[in-house]
Ligand binder design. Structure first.
Ligand code: HEC
Length: 210
C-alpha cells in the first residue's frame, strides 16, 4: 500500500541493544576457536606453513598490518587471510589448500568467515577492551531514540532517493560510496548520491565523527 512512513524508524530502535552486542567481536572467545579448528593444523608452531603462525600472538601480530600483512586492520576485503579463506574450494590458492580439503580439512563456514571479517573490520584487536573505541558501548545507557547520535556501528535506517529504507550500520565513507553493514553482517558499498538528502547528511556527519 503506502510506502513505509518515515516514523517506521522507531521500530528499529528496540533491537539496537541486541545488534550492538553481536557487533563487538572478542578474539579469544570467537575468532581464535575458528582459527584453531580450521587453520592451526598447518599454521601453528615454529614450522607453520607460509611462515604464517596464528597460534602465537606475537608471531601472528607480525602479520597484522606492517610490511607483509595477511590482515589489513579495518579492511577485510584486502586481507589475504580472509581472501584465501573465502575462495571457492577448487581454487588453487584457497585455504585450506584443495588437496587438504580433499582429505577432509574443512574450510570456514560463511558464518565463521563473516565473523572473522567483522573482527578485521573492527581493527583485528586481540584485547576485547581495545575495541571499545571502534564499537559502541554495550552496557552504557540504553540507546536514545535520537538519530543524531554518532555512535559507531549503531544500526540505523538509511533511505534512498526512491524512498526505500534499509537498516544497516555505518562503516565509513569510501570515495563516492558509503560502506554500510547489513543485519546479516555483509558489508556493501552504496553510492552516496543515491541516498536521500537526510541519509547523505547523516553519512557525512558520521564520517566526520570518526
Ligand atoms: C593443510 C594445511 C593448511 C591448512 C589447514 C591451512 N593452510 Fe594456509 N597455508 C598452507 C600452506 C602450505 C601455505 C603456503 C603456500 C601457499 O601460500 O599457498 C599456506 C599459506 C597461507 C597464507 C599465505 C601466507 C603468506 O604470507 O603467503 C594464508 C593467508 C593462509 N595460508 C591462510 C589460512 C587460513 C585462514 C586457514 C584456515 C581457514 C588456513 N590457511 C589453513 C597450508 C594450510
Amino acid at each position: 500500500m503506502n510506502p513505509k512512513p518515515f516514523h517506521a524508524l522507531s521500530v528499529a530502535i528496540p533491537i539496537l541493544g541486541f545488534t550492538l552486542s553481536i557487533q563487538a567481536v572478542d578474539y579469544e572467545e570467537e575468532i581464535r576457536p575458528i582459527l584453531n579448528e580450521k587453520c592451526f593444523k598447518c599454521h601453528s608452531g615454529p614450522r607453520a606453513k607460509g611462515k604464517l603462525r596464528m597460534d602465537d600472538r606475537e608471531n601472528f601480530a607480525d602479520r597484522i598490518g606492517g610490511d607483509d600483512p595477511v590482515i589489513v586492520p579495518g579492511n577485510p576485503a584486502n586481507s589475504l587471510l580472509t581472501i584465501k579463506a573465502g575462495l571457492p574450494r577448487d581454487d588453487g590458492d584457497a585455504m585450506p589448500p584443495p588437496p587438504a580439503r580433499a582429505r577432509g580439512a574443512e574450510p570456514m563456514t560463511s558464518v565463521e568467515l563473516n565473523l572473522v571479517k567483522q573482527w578485521i573490520s573492527l581493527g583485528a584487536k586481540f584485547e576485547a577492551g581495545e575495541m571499545t573505541e571502534t564499537t559502541a558501548p554495550t552496557e552504557a545507557a540504553p540507546p536514545t531514540e535520537s538519530s543524531e547520535s554518532t555512535m559507531a556501528n549503531e544500526m540505523r535506517a538509511w533511505t534512498n532517493f526512491e524512498g526505500n529504507t534499509v537498516k544497516a550500520a555505518f562503516i565509513r565513507l569510501d570515495g563516492t560510496n558509503v560502506v554500510i553493514r547489513l543485519e546479516n553482517g555483509s558489508e556493501i558499498p552504496y553510492a552516496l548520491e543515491k541516498l536521500s538528502n537526510e541519509s547523505q547528511a547523516l553519512a557525512k556527519k558520521l564520517a566526520a565523527a570518526q
